[in-house]
Design a protein around this ligand. Sequence first.
Ligand SMILES: Nc1ncnc2c1ncn2[C@@H]1O[C@H](COP(=O)(O)OP(=O)(O)OP(=O)(O)O)[C@@H](O)[C@H]1O
Ligand SMILES: [Mg+2]
Length: 309
Amino acid sequence: MIDALVRGVQLRKIFESGLVSKRRIVAVEGVDIEIKSGETLALVGESGSGKSTLGRLLLLLEKPTSGEVYFDGKNLTEMKPKDVRIIRQKMQLIPQHPEGSLDPRWKIYDSIAEPLRIHRLTGRNEEREVVYRLIDTVGLQEEHLSRHPHELSGGELQRAVIARAIALNPKFIVCDEPTSMLDVSVQASIIKLLMELQQKLELSYLFITHDLEVANAVAHRMAVMYAGQIVEEGRRILDEPLHPYTRMLVESLNTNTASTEFGRDVGAEKVEKTGCKFYHLCPERTKKCLKSPEMIRVNGRKVKCHLYQ
Ligand SMILES: Nc1ncnc2c1ncn2[C@@H]1O[C@H](COP(=O)(O)OP(=O)(O)OP(=O)(O)O)[C@@H](O)[C@H]1O
Ligand SMILES: [Mg+2]
């Protein structure tokens, strides 16, 4: 078996907010996850389920409350910050809001060149060559380089963000809803670009989206997140969903209701502590479900539900 490139073990993230009465939000709760070399794992789930937090934990942009992150077999959570910084070149984020990740005062050229400068990877002449190669790879033209972010369209901006993300030859990229802010016609071209880059640069992706059709199109494997936990994981999940929550997601797709029309942002803090997180909405709940189910294997799939235990 090929070893995972990225692995999260029993990851947990608790946010504390509020100055006076501290509110604890369990954003990610006991997640095991792995992404193999060259693989796209799509992570789906409704707003607030913890997808971005999980992505940021794997990149160590967020420090886990407990649990471990491995990259290429090395435990990042035990590493010195200096060594993590070197490994972080190999792990990048493409965020949901491209405009937030490029400095509005800078020309696109400088934004793309910045990671090369920070890590002192190239001299000035070579830098130019690398930047030109990068924009060619992502389908931008020379004229874009002298513009500022507000002078680019959404799609061009996202291409610039992608150029910057691949500047340091990463192996793993968390794509956090990379197309959700774009027009449908542009979405398809960005997804196509990401898939071409995956082949060309042998990239692994954690592809976060709440669009199940996008997930189906890009993913080798899919993980479904609900209230801080992965409740189902495997191939071709949408063809035959096992978990009652995944079934509900798929039904909402077939009946054309957006998943948010379940009418709630599942605040991770509100759900029960000891039972199944989906208990209060599950049409198939029994007494057993007051105890949290284990993640078990069913037909090459993993599912966290008492129906299968
Ligand atoms: N920095 C933070 N401080 C406090 N709470 C946070 C922080 N980041 C996230 N949360 C909370 O953690 C939970 C999970 O948030 P997260 O952004 O990971 O969800 P998500 O699945 O990415 O949602 P969306 O689809 O809307 O992007 C939410 O309840 C959110 O309010
Ligand atoms: Mg998010």
